[in-house]
Every structure is written in structure tokens, then in C-alpha cells.
Ligand binder design. Sequence first.
Ligand code: C2E
Ligand code: CA
Ligand code: CA
Length: 703
Amino acid sequence: MKKEKNTETNTYVVDREYRLQYIGKNLKKRFPDLKIGDVCYEKFRRKENPCRNCPLAHKNRKMDMFYNEDEQKWMKINAGEIEWPGATGCHVILTREVTEKNLDELCRFVNMKKEVVERKNSCKGERNKLTGLFSREPFFRQTEAFLSVNDIQPGEYCVAAIDIEHFKLFNEWYGQEAGDRLLGEIGAHLQKMRQEVGGIAGYMGGDDFTIVLPNSEEILESLKRRITGFVRAYGGHTGFLPAFGFYVIDDLDVSISLMYDRAILAQETVKGNYAIRSVYYSADMKTRLENNHVLLTQVQEGLERNEFIYYLQPKVNLNTGKIVGLESLVRWNHPDKGIVAPGYFIPVMESNGLVTELDKKVWEQVCQTLQGWIKAGHRVIPISVNVSSVDIYAIDVVEHFKHLVKKYGLPPEYVELEITESAYVEEYKVITGVAEELRNAGFTVLMDDFGSGYSSLNMLKDVNVDVLKIDMKFLKMDENTMGKGMGILEAVTRMANIMGLRMIAEGVETEDQINYLLNMGCIYGQGYFFYKPLPVEEIKRILLDENNVDYRGIQARKIEHVRFKDLFQSELASDSILNNILGPIAIYDVYQDNVELLQVNDKYCLLIGQDPVDLAENVQVLQDIYPDDRHKMQNIFQRAFQRLAEGAEGTVRRRRKNDQYMWINIKAFFLREQDGHQMFYGAVRDVTEEMNQFRKLMAYQGK
Ligand code: C2E
Ligand code: CA
Ligand code: CA
């Protein structure tokens, strides 16, 4: 933002009610809407009361300094009594930017600390480009100066921490550019808000914003309304929501960064809770933090004393009840408390990174067990271990597991890794990359807690996992929510089957659930109905009877391998059979900014609900694509061009007859290029149903 130069003097006259009686030329230029009779502090500084050291209120003080927040500069102000026709108690006021030269003298005169002035000045230009807001350090400095210059009283102001939950996913879906725009707009909203009511706004990086505002319910409500309304609308009502944490500045001795930390602490209690989106900091949050600290110390001691062990819980074939695999679940064998479940200590350990120490120990123990079994001559089944997303950032998980299987002489297929779905959501690129490498190294990767968060159809196609582990929440439904949960489960199962993904349901407790899962085509499960997590020795005893075990493990639906060329050339496949096998297909011609249809088959016409004659007159595809999705459509072809063998895929909205939109999924392959025209083969599917199911899933999770 370019600032207007303002080294000239602004002149105006106010009466004893602070009403403007005269507006100088320069001032008029700067505030074109200013009228005679306006109240100066309302118009210039958006305040409800006269400025603190206003010369009008101080008989002997005819000079002062103030900080112009909008322009980030110090202004010198001179005042003198003046006779003015038709008004009483008038003063003429002159304001002018403070220059380096007279700064010292001025500071002495108005009795202001020069450090404060310089601190404020040092922040000039330290705004984040994307959002136009102060970045972290300048924000802290600005706020500090703001609080001291304006003589803020305890309780008068509030620090808000704002975060857009699942913003990373937003970037993933809509692209970085759209994500940046979102951040920019939020920045603009905060800036506006700050100008309206007074305060300081900052951008802390990522999707974290903060703003210091007057502590009034009305103002904070309006902040929430504005930001939430905007994000909701911008995100296409897909469930991206901001989370707010507030810290009321009731202790001015606390550093600004600590104030912000407290707002963050409050904010963190909101995350993942879709009913409550804002929370005020309270002292018990601090207590909780301190308790966590105590717990962490104990956990650390526990680690040193090797008090952590693991249990094993079998995974079974739901038809036969036979064991197809095992999962290791850590336990704390506490000297006083006995066996403690991980829900008590894992979250705290994750928040400070200690979890990786623990996980490495568990993984190593698991590998030892497997080695022991092999050495004893037993037939072995795979054991899965839980991998926290924290681990993936802390260490090179791929190298670590490679090292482990080498050290213990294990075939990698016996070691499986469960990575929770939320990890993919948070750090999509990193986690998918790691999953890919693990699979390349021969390990099996499971997506744990699938369906608990924001997994999308689109994401699933790109995430290369071996097995989906369906969250137990779907099976824990009461009578009212049963229908919903089951509907989603069905959609998930259908999708997984179409994609040839293997899957297993967790938390299976009743016979009804088993029947339901089997009916849907999910044939593997894990849960108390079959086995609880048990100590390793007990599992060993169970495994000794080979009748309890199905050594084939978790299988995908078996499909015979068909060679495509054989199919085309064979007499067996008539056009109509091929039409049915291939489903709707189209050949596209992509040139410059155009996408044109060259050829389509009957199924394609059927799918989009147009007869071939109409279609021939209407070969420009993009105009029928929902405007927001056009770029995405072109992007599919760009990617297909870059990835010849794999092709590229994407889902867009396309107009059907009667102007309704349908969701179509296009898998495109590059064929050839000529004279700037690129030809693509596209297999098209109607995924409206799945998208609706998916939206329901999101809406359901949003409740
Ligand atoms: P998870 O990976 O989703 O594990 C499933 C949890 O559900 C386990 O709880 C298991 O005991 C429990 N469970 C199994 N069947 C049933 C059932 O039929 N009904 C019900 N209500 N619950 C069932 P647990 O052992 O308390 O573990 C909780 C979570 O702690 C795990 O969830 C996992 O996220 C984490 N965790 C466990 N072990 C480790 C570990 O070694 N490392 C890491 N990083 N996390 C671990
Ligand atoms: Ca797990
Ligand atoms: Ca799970």
C-alpha cells in the first residue's frame, strides 16, 4: 500500500465541544467527507472520547505528539486559543509529521520515552505482503507501544487469535493461489475492523492471525461474524471454519507474546469442536498446561525406567473370526496406577514431541517380537504399529523402518504402519510422500481413523495407502444417528471397493455390526466382539493354534488381470460391449484456452443428458463447466500431459440439461499433439451421488 506523503501542515479549528469550525485545505484533501460540526476525535481517530493529552483539555499544554496508526507515523500537534465567529472556546490546531530533527526535543517536551517512539518507528514497513498486516515481531512491538501510548486500562482490550481450521486442505482443494487470496482477504477484513474500532492486527504466519481490539462483546461478536461469514462463503460452505481464542488483557505487565500464547491456548480448546468456535482464556487452562507439564515429567521418567509396553489386538476376517493381523497398542505399566491406556499420555507427548521417543521404543519391541517368533519357527502374521504425524516430522520414518527390518532380519511385509487420517489432512504432501516411500520399500501403509475427519474422494485417489481403516465412530451410532452413519459407511465402502482398496473396520462390538459390514462388502474388522488388546504372551498362546489364524491376511477383491489390447482386438468384444465396459468416454482437443470435444460415445451422451446432435453443435466444453471449475478442468489436461503413463484426474461440475449441475470425474490421458492442438482421451464418470454423500459426511461432522 502506498502511503500519501504528508509533510505539510494540517490546520483546523475546534470549539469547546470538539466540533470542527474550520477545516484547512490540506486536511480537506485527506478527509474529503469532513464537515463543519463533526467531532474531531470521532473523525480523526475513531474514538469515543477526546484524545488523552488533547491540548483543549490541558490549559498549559499547547503542544503534544500522537501516533497516527493508519499512516504509522508520529505527528506533532500545536494548539492555540482563537476567537471564532459564532462559536466559543475555540482553538486552532496545527498538526505536522515529526521529523528526526525535532524528535529529541519533542520527546523531552511532552515527557514521552524516546524508546517508545523509536520502537514504533522501527516497525514501519514490516508488514506481511500477503495480508498487509504486521508480521509477528512487529506486531508484538506495535501492540506494546499501542498499549502504553494509549494508556490502556486492564480489561479494556482483548487479544484474539484466529486460525482457519484445515486450511492446508483448503490449499489442496482449491490451490495455493486461492488459499493466498483467502489469507489476503482475511487480512483486509482485520485491517478494516482495526480501523473502525481501533487496535492492531497481525499475521503470525501459516493460517494464524491475531488482532487486538477493544474488549466489547459487540465488537468481538462482529469480528467472529465477519471472519466466519467470509470464510464460509469463500470456502463454498464446505466446512472450513475459523477458530477464535480470546485473551482479555487484564494484566498489563504480561508480555504481548505471552498474551498471544494465552489466546492461542484458548483457541486450541476450540479446534475439532464444531459447535463452539470461540473461547476466552481462563486461568484453569494454564493449570491444565501445568498439569500436562507434571505428566510429561512423569512420562519421561517412565520412559527411562522402561515402563512402557505394548498390547496386541487381533484383526479378523468377519466371516470366520480368524486372525489376519495384529495391531500394537502401547500401554504404560505404571508402578502405582497399573496399566494405563494411551489416551492419557499420548496427546501430551505429541504436543511436545516426546511421542517419537516412545514410538521408537514400541516399534523396536514389535520388531523384536516378530524376530522371536520367526526364530522359534512359527508362521508369522503382520503386526501394525501406530505412527504419529509428529514422528514423520521428527525423524526420517522411512529410513528408520528400513533400518529396523534390517537389524531384525524381517521381511518388510510383516511390519505395517498405521498413519491417522488427520495427518494426511494437515500435511498432505509430506505424508503422501512418506507413505509412497514406505510402500516402495515394501511396507504396508494403513490410513487409520478413516472418515473421522475431512477425507475427501479427491484426496483418497491421490493418497496411495494399502488399507483403509474405518473409524469406529461409524459403528458407534445410537438409534437416531444410525441411519446417517451407516449411509456414510456405505458410501465409503463402495468407494474403496471401486478403487480396489483394502479395508478394515475398527470398533466392532456386536453381531449386528458384523452383519451390516458384511452386507456392505467390508469383510475385515477389529474390536471387542472378537478380541480386546491383550498382552503379548496371551496373543502368543492364541496364535499357537493355527486354526485361529488366516495367514492370507487382509485381501482386496480379487480381479483377473485382463490385457487391454487383447480386449480391443478380440472378436469377443463388440462395439456395444466395449461401450459398456469403457463407460462414458470422450476424445478432447485442447488448444490455447479451449477444450473441444472431438469424439464421444453413446454412454457419454447418456451421462451428460444431451443427444449427439445437440452435442455436435456444442463442442466447446468449458462453457458448460461451472465457472469456478474451468481452471481445474484445464489443469487436468495439463497434468495428464506431464504424466503420460498415469494420466490425471479431477472432479468438476458440469451443466446437465435444465441447467442443473452434475459432478463429473474425468480421468484423462494424453494421446498426441499436432499444430498446437493436444489430443486427450478422457474417461468420464458421474460422481454427483458420491459428492452428495461426501457433503453429507461433512455436514454430519460439522454438527
Ligand atoms: P487407534 O489406533 O484408533 O486404536 C484403536 C483404539 O480403540 C485402541 O485404544 C483400542 O484398544 C480401542 N478399541 C479396540 N477395539 C475396540 C472396541 O471394540 N470398542 C472400543 N470402544 N474400543 C476399541 P487404545 O489402545 O486406548 O489406543 C488409543 C489410541 O492411542 C490409538 O487409537 C492410537 O491413536 C493411540 N496409540 C496407541 N498406541 C500407540 C503407539 O504406540 N504410538 C502412538 N503414536 N499412538 C498410539
Ligand atoms: Ca491404530
Ligand atoms: Ca483408529
